[in-house]
Design a protein around this ligand. Structure first.
Ligand SMILES: NC(=O)c1ccc[n+]([C@@H]2O[C@H](COP(=O)([O-])OP(=O)(O)OC[C@H]3O[C@@H](n4cnc5c(N)ncnc54)[C@H](OP(=O)(O)O)[C@@H]3O)[C@@H](O)[C@H]2O)c1
Length: 319
């Protein structure tokens, strides 16, 4: 089968098209013919780690997983003897977060891994373009108590995580201020933002409004710049570690800040969460946003675009 591999860390030039053995499913696995995947910021971060500690996971001297790609949508082409959840021909979507491998024509997944039958109202391209952003956003949003009304600000609301966060908190009934650039303000309103801030014209940290939650989905602010925006007991989330990785100690000691807290949950995926994503998609409460589409052979170009940090939503690869 065709796959895009990398054997060394570095720029997108390390990625190459390679012929690999087609995988064979074990007894509890399914073989998926991948119809669509994505290139996301995690792929770029594992190809060329900014922080050396990433290599403790990805491989000290060279990458352990030779094929990147963490999202997929496809068709089950073969099943192991013990598989009960799926049958041949099922259309599935999901995540391959820590093992990667979706920039290929085929992948084998354990039937209990983070995947589900595809939403019935989605194309393969749309189904591939939702799970990573949703999983990373939901890791934070599930820490919010929605039993009382919440006023939430999302910075970087136009990225894969931000667009997911915006739609998820609207699903849970929050009032949302979304921060993005000029060209995307109408998109943010169409996805449910009650108020928008154009970051090219206004610094959101200077607003006088008070929020229950500030979620910096692009990690460009800091807890200290946002603390004055938080109501008493307000929570700040960020997708980045912050200057000098300050968000880790701050998450441990933020009870010192007069009830205002920084939370930095470790994201993890599950089959149950993918089922939840499928449900909100089929209810018409979640829209996949696709910026650009590339072929498998063009994955290096997709990396070059994604690592600019300027995409709106997701970049899809179709096989
Ligand atoms: N915690 C984790 O496990 C984890 C995992 C993956 C990624 N991340 C991090 O999470 C962040 C977001 O990821 P993503 O996948 O959503 O990124 P993305 O899809 O590349 O989106 C980033 C978005 O932020 C916008 N943006 C850029 N500068 C901005 C600014 N100053 N203010 C507001 N918006 C701005 C960009 O649009 P314009 O440039 O057009 O404005 C773009 O739409 C990245 O920093 C990434 O490294 C964290």
């Amino acid at each position: 089968m065709k796959a895009i591999t990398y054997h060394h860390y570095g720029s997108a030039d390390v990625l190459q098209l390679e012929e690999l053995e087609k995988p064979i499913p074990k007894a509890d696995e399914v073989l998926i013919k991948i119809k669509a995947s994505t290139v996301n910021r995690t792929d770029c971060g594992f190809r060329n780690p900014e922080f050396q500690f990433i290599k403790l996971i990805s491989g000290i001297t060279a990458p352990k997983a030779k094929v990147l790609g963490s999202e997929f949508a496809g068709i089950i082409e073969a099943i192991g003897d013990k598989v009960t959840r799926y049958k041949m021909g099922d259309k599935v979507f999901g995540l391959s977060t820590y093992t990667f491998g979706t920039h290929a024509e085929y992948i084998c997944k354990n039937e209990n891994n983070s995947m589900a039958i595809m939403p019935n109202n989605y194309s393969f391209e749309e189904a591939a373009a939702v799970c990573d952003g949703l999983m990373l956003a939901y890791a934070n949003i599930r820490k919010i108590d929605f039993s009382t009304p919440k006023n939430i600000l999302i910075n970087g609301a136009t990225g894969a995580i931000g667009i997911s966060a915006l739609q998820l908190v609207k699903y849970f009934g929050a009032t949302v201020t979304a921060v993005g650039n000029t060209k995307n303000l109408e998109l943010l309103k169409s996805l449910g933002a009650d108020k928008v801030i154009d970051y090219t014209a206004e610094d959101f940290t200077k607003t006088n409004e008070k929020y229950d939650v500030v979620f910096d989905a692009v990690g460009k602010s800091t807890f200290f710049k946002c603390i004055k925006l938080l109501k008493p007991k307000g929570v700040y989330f960020s997708t980045e570690l912050g200057p000098y990785a300050q968000n880790i100690p701050l998450a441990l000691f933020s009870s010192w800040f007069n009830g205002r807290q920084l939370k930095f949950p470790i994201p993890k995926d599950s089959r149950e969460d993918i089922e939840f994503f499928k449900m909100i998609i089929e209810e018409g409460k979640y829209k996949a946003i696709i910026d650009r589409t590339y072929t498998l052979e063009q994955v290096p170009d997709a990396h070059r675009y994604v690592e600019l940090g300027e995409k709106t939503g997701n970049v899809v690869i179709h096989n």
